[in-house]
Design a protein around this ligand. Sequence first.
Ligand code: ACO
Length: 331
Amino acid sequence: MGTVRPVAYLLGFGGYAPERVITNDDWAEWVDTSDEWITQRTGIKQRRFAADDESTMTLAADAAAVALKDADLTPDDIDEIVVATDTPEMMTPDTAALVQDRLGCRHVPTYDLGGSGCAGFVQAIDVAGSRIAVEPKRILVVGVELISRMISMKDRATAVLFGDGAGAVVMGPDEGRAEVLGVVSGTDGSAAEILTLAAGGTRNPFNEKSLLSGDYNRLVMDGRKVFTEAVRRMSEAAGDVLSKVGRSLNDVKLVIPHQANKRIIEAVRKKMGLSEEAVYVNVDRFGNTGSATVPYAMFEAVRDERINEGDLVVLTAFGAGFHWSAAAVQF
Ligand code: ACO
């Protein structure tokens, strides 16, 4: 089943994209690829890469600071922090602890939701919503990835897909800008091997052998299976969450899908019978930023008034695991 019904509000929205823009033509200088290939297969035109003095923690904290300001809150107001990431600052401790210190929050509990790939942020909304339902508190929820430093920049089949970035929300029990009406989440662990970054785990520890074989940063992906499952799970999860909260697609102003590539988004749109205006797309400008795509897209959509008061919005995400998670959010 894997579903809960949180009652929580979104109080503020934030995002951070590193300044350095990497175009497809840049990639064509580094590996055997072309703007035409990348555009046709993925719809991606450019992505952002973090600067040398940035890290997962700084990206997360920068997005969180924007969300706090947007919510008119200070770090003192935060009671808990959850960071969804597959590219953490280090193996231990969690990135969330470092974000707490960076922002100057009180010594509140923090934890990472790691390994859920691109579904991590919506899963984190699910977890945070349940936490708020049992004990009223304000939770900072961040989705962040610094993928450019974790996967092989020589593997054209995977490297050109990704970018770095972060998105954040502040969640709370009080009346806010939007209410999370419900979330559905699920996992199919039998599909785990279809998309893995085993590097640094106990199966494939960092050592001389993994360094020499190149395993230390190898992202293993069956692109076609990922494609098919992503389309199926994201559209089904979006439909399921609407049924759960007693609403229909006709009520929905905007669907914000995980931004893996434009063809996946298009297939989800067609499967759900949605118009182009009803689906948010920024993968052309940022590439796939993993668990940051959904919160960053929501931040942009709110900032640019693609989402306004009264709008029903559906977030739907899919990632390694396979995990999927969708949320219905009433603005
Ligand atoms: N530039 C040029 N050629 C390339 C590149 C590249 N960057 N990458 C691969 N190719 C070549 C391959 O080597 C292959 O050549 P060959 O036929 O001589 O062997 C050819 O292009 C076709 O490769 P395919 O893998 O069959 O291409 P496909 O049409 O399946 O597209 C893609 C690949 C874009 C990865 C597609 O499968 C896809 O979008 N899958 C979804 C994966 C995804 O988005 N993952 C992101 C992480 S997971 C997530 O976010 C949920």
